[in-house]
Each structure stands twice: as structure tokens, then as C-alpha cells.
Design a protein around this ligand. Structure first.
Ligand SMILES: Nc1ncnc2c1ncn2[C@@H]1O[C@H](COP(=O)(O)OP(=O)(O)O[C@H]2O[C@H](CO)[C@@H](O)[C@H](O)[C@H]2O)[C@@H](O)[C@H]1O
Length: 247
């Protein structure tokens, strides 16, 4: 796939810079040439069900997709006055964009329509590790920072895709600095097909980023950016004024 410098520059809006991992341009060159939908076979990640239940003694049915709970973490880089985001190609997001274009009678969107901005996150599918430990591993795998467990704080949790899944995502936050950067880390696990770009979003750009509807972003990221803004304002630019009484 041929991409111009102008194409690539347009993917770094709001003062975002690429920190590490696999850039969007590199991923686009690796994707393709085909993308097709097939009926789902056995999956280790999701299971579709119809739930048969009763309301007022009458039978009702609800269709759902069982999925793993997950963790997500807001990483605040105080030295650089920026937030760490991850960007990756999400096949489901691309297919939704494709369907919307079909319905509107528009041409197929470019593959760039399938890239999303997210918190560093991961599904909870590893037995024996608690939520914080899983979060720590995800930070290392996706973003390349080695953050001590006692520097990772719980924020809250929410239910994702409540109409079709309802799985819980637990949100954490951590302040990071360059001393925690691990040279070999970040970008995701190649053997899992992960190609993740680690981005820095300046704190000063958070508001325009949140309201830019041309940017595909997760609900957890939106919430966390609002939370961060409020906290920095309340504590004169510090996320955790005293580590001992973090939240
Ligand atoms: N549906 C699927 N089909 C095929 N392979 C799959 C799959 N889901 C996961 N995988 C495989 O499992 C690997 C690990 O996934 P992660 O734990 O990094 O979760 P992910 O970042 O995709 O979603 C995390 O981040 C997003 C955004 O916050 C949350 O919605 C989500 O719950 C959270 O786990 C993926 O790289 C992929 O190989």
C-alpha cells in the first residue's frame, strides 16, 4: 500500500507524537490484501448465546456475546506533560465503518478507518495473576514501561457493551517517567498478531482530542481523560500529590 507523507502526518493530530511500537503507516503496509467475514467457529475470546428468561411470567429472549473482563490503565507522563495512548487496527471497528458506508451508499472506507486510540489494556485470561499484576504486564508488553505494582492505583470500573456483553473493565492509573522505559518493551506481542503504536498526547490537547469525532476512541479512554483533567486541576498539576494517599 502506498502512503504519502501527507497521509501519515494527518494521523498525528493534536500534537500527538509516536513514542515506540509499530506505527500506523507500518501496520497499513502490512495489512491486506483481503478482509472477509465468516460465520464464527470456536473462539477463545467470545461466545454468542441467546438468554431465555421471563418477565411478568412471559418468556423473553436476549442475545449476548460472552467476553472476558479486562483491565485498562491511564499512564500519565509528568515530565513530558502528556498521556500515553495506544493505537492499533481493530478489525471489528473497520467492519462497522464498512457497514455504515454501505448503508449510506458510500464507497468502502480506507483501512485507516479501523484504527482506534485506546488506553493500554488487556483481557483477564491469565490464571493466578491479580488485576494489578495483569495491568503491570500489559503496560510492559504494549507500552514498554516497567511500573512497580505500588505505583499502579485503581480508579474505578465500568460495564462495557452493556447491550451485548456487559463485561467489566477495571481502570487503573499510574504516573510514569523515562527511568521506567524498557528498551526492548512495547508494541505488543508479535506472535499474537499485535501491532501497537505508543503515542504521547500532550495534556494541553486533551479537550480538543476528546471532542474530535474523526478520531475513533474507547469509552474507557474518554472517561480517563476527563478524570485526569479534573485531578490535575484539583491538585495543581499533580496526579498523585502524595503516593501514600493516592486516591
Ligand atoms: N476478539 C478477539 N478475536 C481474536 N483475537 C483476540 C480477540 N480479543 C483478543 N484477542 C487476542 O488476544 C490478544 C490479547 O488481547 P488484549 O488482552 O491485548 O486485549 P485488547 O487490547 O485486544 O483489548 C483490550 O482493550 C479494549 C479497549 O479498551 C477493550 O475493549 C478490551 O476489553 C480489552 O481487553 C490480542 O492481541 C489478540 O491476539
Amino acid at each position: 500500500m502506498s502512503l504519502s507523507h501527507a497521509d501519515e502526518a494527518a494521523w498525528y493530530k493534536h500534537g500527538m507524537t509516536s513514542l515506540s511500537g509499530v506505527t500506523m503507516g507500518e501496520t497499513l503496509r502490512r495489512l491486506g490484501p483481503s478482509l472477509e467475514l465468516t460465520p464464527m467457529q470456536q473462539s477463545a475470546f467470545v461466545k454468542p448465546h441467546s438468554i431465555m428468561y421471563q418477565l411478568d411470567g412471559k418468556p423473553r429472549r436476549w442475545d449476548m456475546v460472552e467476553s472476558h473482563p479486562s483491565v485498562a490503565v491511564l499512564l500519565y507522563h509528568r515530565q513530558r506533560q502528556a498521556v500515553i495512548l495506544v493505537r492499533q487496527f481493530r478489525p471489528a471497528v473497520y467492519v462497522s465503518a464498512m457497514r455504515a458506508a454501505e448503508a449510506a451508499g458510500e464507497p468502502k472506507p480506507p483501512l485507516s478507518a479501523g484504527f482506534t486510540y485506546e488506553l493500554c489494556a488487556g483481557i483477564i485470561d491469565k490464571p493466578g495473576l491479580n488485576l494489578k499484576q495483569i495491568t503491570r504486564e500489559e503496560i510492559m508488553e504494549e507500552c514498554g514501561y516497567d511500573v512497580p505494582l505500588d505505583r499502579i492505583f485503581p480508579v474505578t470500573s465500568y460495564l462495557s457493551a452493556i447491550g451485548i456483553s456487559g463485561s467489566t473493565q477495571s481502570i487503573f492509573a499510574a504516573e510514569i517517567d523515562d527511568s521506567m522505559a524498557v528498551r526492548s518493551g512495547g508494541g505488543g506481542l508479535e506472535d499474537h498478531g499485535e501491532a501497537i503504536e505508543v503515542l504521547l498526547l500532550p495534556v494541553a490537547s486533551i479537550q480538543p482530542f476528546i471532542f474530535d469525532q474523526s478520531i475513533g476512541k474507547s469509552a474507557g479512554l474518554l472517561f480517563s481523560l476527563m478524570w485526569l483533567t479534573e485531578r490535575l486541576e484539583a491538585h495543581s498539576g499533580q496526579l498523585f500529590p502524595s503516593t501514600a494517599s493516592a486516591l
